[in-house]
Ligand binder design. Structure first.
Ligand SMILES: Cc1cc2nc3c(=O)[nH]c(=O)nc-3n(C[C@H](O)[C@H](O)[C@H](O)COP(=O)(O)OP(=O)(O)OC[C@H]3O[C@@H](n4cnc5c(N)ncnc54)[C@H](O)[C@@H]3O)c2cc1C
Length: 291
């Protein structure tokens, strides 16, 4: 099939894009085009039928990675592959660096954007999960203003976010952890490049004595949204992490998640896989953090 007819716009500034998106002069269904890796197939299958397509790929304000010391800002329109290859990502955001190779194929990452992935808010997607684990700040513009919101609270339901009509996600600000840290990301997928059935990411920080002073852990594919495992984090902080302690801390994981069955995996399978992946991510993060 071919996409239904639409009008195409290619603004070069954020203001112009906000204006085009906010224009309510008629019954138009206005939609942004970023990497097009999801939207274009949806249009081709006529599951999406925007009448006005606003291509944001020429807007330089949405591009690039900026190292601000205590945080790293990534423009929403930055390609996933560019972020994956950037040395700032590897040095300052190792959890994101570990997750990115799992996002589709390098061909889709060459076009797909970090912002497009977060806006879709798929519960199995890697970038929204990392944004939640690190509690990134999402910067959103619209014609009449700008606001910031935390990733915790942004993902509201299956493919539903706090983004409102007329909003453009412009920047994702990831906090950078100081000190001795380690991180790891693992997932199970039917084939390389497929969306994860279950995924888990973990980042830990240790003090000079090897005591865990900070832990951030989350899972994908285990609930209607990506999920942070606060109870597991609480069980680890303030402790010297051993294999036995980690085994004990992850024991409640099957009760903390709310997976659904799909044609690819049953809820029971996801409940079994999630603690295994969390354990693996934690052990790898710990061994990376230890000198
Ligand atoms: C074969 C294949 C395999 C894939 N596998 C995975 C996978 O394993 N894991 C995974 O996470 N993803 C996967 N994807 C999804 C893909 O990698 C992209 O992350 C995803 O398509 C969204 O990014 P995009 O830039 O292409 O957005 P688009 O398709 O252009 O847009 C998606 C939606 O977001 C909106 N949007 C985009 N940018 C903004 C913005 N800045 N502000 C407001 N709204 C915006 C658009 O209007 C549209 O509604 C896969 C895709 C393909 C084709």
């Amino acid at each position: 099939m071919k996409a239904a007819e639409f009008e195409y716009f290619r603004p070069t500034t954020l203001d112009e894009a906000c204006g085009l998106l906010a224009d309510t002069g008629d019954d138009a269904d206005r939609c942004l085009l970023a990497g097009g890796q999801t939207l274009v197939p949806m249009m081709a299958m006529r599951l999406a039928r925007p009448t006005h397509l606003i291509d944001i790929n020429r807007i330089t304000e949405l591009q690039g990675i900026r190292d601000l010391g205590g945080s790293v800002e990534i423009g929403a329109g930055t390609r996933q592959r560019a972020v994956e290859k950037d040395p700032i990502t590897r040095r300052k955001l190792p959890l994101l660096a570990a997750a990115l190779p799992h996002v589709g194929h390098h061909q889709t990452r060459n076009r797909g954007t970090v912002g497009g992935s977060i806006v879709l808010g798929d519960a199995s997607a890697e970038i929204p999960l990392v944004a939640l684990i690190l509690n990134a700040t999402l910067i959103i513009h619209r014609r009449d203003g700008r606001r910031e919101t935390m990733a915790d609270g942004f993902f509201e339901g299956p493919m539903m976010t706090a983004l409102e009509p007329g909003d453009i996600l412009t920047t994702i600000r990831f906090p950078v952890w100081d000190g001795t840290t380690g991180s790891a990301f693992h997932e199970v997928a039917p084939r390389k490049g497929d969306y994860a059935l279950v995924s888990a990411g973990a980042q830990v920080a240790l003090d000079a004595n090897g005591t865990c002073i900070r832990a951030a852990i989350g899972v994908g594919g285990c609930a209607p949204t990506p999920l942070r495992l606060q109870a597991v984090e609480d069980a680890l902080v303030g402790q010297r992490l051993t294999d036995a302690l980690i085994t004990q801390a992850i024991a409640p994981v099957p009760d903390l998640i709310d997976p659904e069955s799909s044609v690819h995996a049953s809820a029971a399978y996801r409940r079994r896989a999630a603690p295994q992946l969390v354990q693996r991510a934690l052990l790898d993060a710990l061994s990376e953090a230890r000198p």
